[in-house]
Design a protein around this ligand. Structure first.
Ligand SMILES: [Zn+2]
Length: 555
């Protein structure tokens, strides 16, 4: 009786199933379920049940499984792709472990924020905390905007910051318990990027563009908000970047057709390589998430974008960004799930930003004007058309926005979060040499420098809410660098009007084919330049020079 049993087990051994396959299949199924549920929460307001989806998956997200994949990623004799897939999987598990273990703090903070209201003297009823972003962007009076921010900071100080301080301490402790030297090491490993060299580059960019930023800031805030630079406050930025003066050029329902026209110029359609359509839900529904978002539910066959049509360039820019994610998912041909769904965010965010950055380029803005003209004729509408001066002014506003974001992320956020998350001083040595003992004072100092406006006590109270978990800020900073690099690279290869070049579209499809396996540095190599902020600097300088007012004209 023994022999057949032995034979059976020998047979089983011969076809030994890959011991890593089961956790990978389990994660793949879980992510599929979570994303599908997220889609219904975002589009029709289905109650979020993400917490329930984790029940029963304790083993997958355990320290043991994380350690197993850590070891498996170092195993000799596996292919480079398999090694990288295992690294992505390990990073996914570690991040999930951390976010699940700290989710109670996020839930508490989220619920507290949902319940909190503030009193504004000029409004009869208390205002929900969650609506303050919209209210401050709509408020025409600068004094009232400052008051709104002050009221917001009171909630941060008394309600949110204490919860988030607990979360921070717990997250750092857990990272070490998982076997990482620190929270910073866990983050750098998951983002596959080093903080220090990028921060050095961020500081160089900050200094190199300082004069340009300050001049542009003074000019644009005077023109858009009627505020002289000396009186500008942080509370004015929300409204500044909402660009209310230009809202009429961007009607609520223009996002989808204008994005399709944008893609069509490069010979890209809104179809997937599996032959399906990218699904866009642009229905007007009161329970819908107001911010556009994209899901690659099954890559590449089932890609979906949710958008609530709102007027203005801000929501249109977000739609173009999400459209970038969609184009990437839809044109990803790799069969490796980890490269489809996991891995660092710099490439996909970078493509999203490349598409959004078109709105700073007069060449695309003129194309958009032609599109609106044709759209008007086709749909018997009469949407206003931008004049050349509108295009110039809008381009300068967008260039300012991009400068602001790079200064905020590549300098202020990385320095501040390195300190907050317990990094070693060698990370910021020579980049920031003032005392770092008090996070709130540090936040106030680095963000005042980045924004070139003085920050008061209430601005500084954002120091706990303005934080990205495990340095997603690094992915963002790198994605901004990449977007400028790609925009400049496309321009160099295919001309200033690369928006009309099918070869540019082909190159984009090539870049995204391997999914997240391709990293920012690989893309830089493709364009023959080092991955840094020099293309960003060159592009912004060029845009600002190109859009300067002609002699005699009002700037
Ligand atoms: Zn994104």
């Amino acid at each position: 009786m023994l022999a057949p049993l032995l034979l059976v087990s020998a047979l089983n051994l011969g076809a030994a199933p890959d011991p890593l396959a089961a956790p990978r299949a389990e994660a793949e199924a879980l992510v599929l379920i979570q994303q599908t549920l997220q889609w219904y929460t975002a589009t029709v307001g289905e109650t979020s049940i993400q917490a329930e989806t984790y029940l029963g998956h304790d083993r997958l997200f355990s320290k043991e499984t994380i350690a197993r994949f850590r070891k498996a990623a170092k195993e000799p004799g596996i292919s480079a792709d398999e090694r990288r897939a295992r690294e992505y999987f390990q990073a996914y598990l570690a991040n999930e472990y951390l976010s699940q273990s700290t989710s109670k703090y996020d839930d508490r903070a989220q619920n507290a924020a949902l319940q909190a209201t503030v009193r504004l003297p000029w409004m009869k009823d208390p205002v929900p905390y969650k609506q303050l972003d919209l209210i401050v962007a709509d408020e025409k009076d600068a004094g009232r905007r400052a008051e709104i921010e002050k009221a917001r900071s009171e909630i941060q100080k008394t309600v949110l910051n204490p919860i988030l301080a607990e979360k921070e301490a717990m997250a750092q402790k857990l990272a070490r318990a998982l076997g990482y030297r620190s929270y910073v090491e866990l983050s750098e490993e998951s983002r596959r990027a080093q903080l220090r060299p990028f921060m050095v580059e961020g500081k160089r960019f900050l200094d190199a563009t300082d004069a340009m930023f300050k001049e542009l800031l003074a000019e644009v805030t005077q023109r858009e908000l009627g505020i002289p630079a000396a009186q500008l406050r942080r509370s004015d930025f929300n409204r500044l970047f909402k660009a209310p003066r230009h809202e009429r050029f961007f009607p609520a329902d223009i996002a989808v057709p204008s994005f399709k026209a944008f893609l069509a110029g490069m010979g890209i359609d809104f179809k997937t390589v599996a032959g399906t359509e990218v699904r866009v839900d642009d229905a007007v529904n009161p329970l819908k998430e107001p911010r556009a978002a994209c899901w690659g539910i099954r890559v590449p066959s089932d890609v979906r974008v949710n958008v609530k049509p709102l007027p203005g360039l801000d929501s249109l820019g977000v739609f173009f960004h999400e459209g970038g994610h969609a184009v990437m998912f839809a044109n990803t041909t790799t069969k490796v799930w980890e490269f489809q769904q996991l891995g660092p965010g710099a490439l996909t965010e970078g493509l999203g930003e490349t598409f959004r950055y078109a709105w700073a380029d007069p060449v695309w803005l003129r194309r958009y004007r032609s599109f609106v003209q044709a759209h008007n004729a086709e749909t018997k509408r009469n949407d206003p058309l931008m004049s050349d001066q509108d295009i110039r002014e809008l381009s300068r506003l967008q260039a300012l926005y991009q400068l602001y974001y790079l200064r905020r992320y590549a300098y202020a956020k990385l320095v501040y979060e390195s300190v907050l998350h317990g990094g070693t001083p060698s990370l910021w040595k020579g980049i920031y040499d003032r005392p770092t003992g008090d996070p709130m004072a540090l936040y106030r100092d680095v963000f005042s420098t980045a924004y070139a406006v003085p920050m008061d006590e209430s601005d500084a109270l954002r120091f706990r809410t303005d934080v990205d978990d495990t340095f997603y800020s690094l992915d963002y900073a790198r994605s901004f660098a990449l977007a400028h690099l790609m925009s400049e690279g496309m321009r160099a290869k295919f001309g200033a009007d690369w928006y009309g070049s099918p070869a540019a579209g082909k190159l984009i499809k090539t870049i995204v084919a391997e999914g997240n396996k391709t990293e920012a540095e690989d893309v830089a190599k493709l364009f023959g330049v080092p991955f840094d902020l020099r293309p960003a600097e060159a592009r912004l300088r060029r845009l600002v020079a190109e859009t300067a007012a002609p002699p005699g004209a009002r700037n």
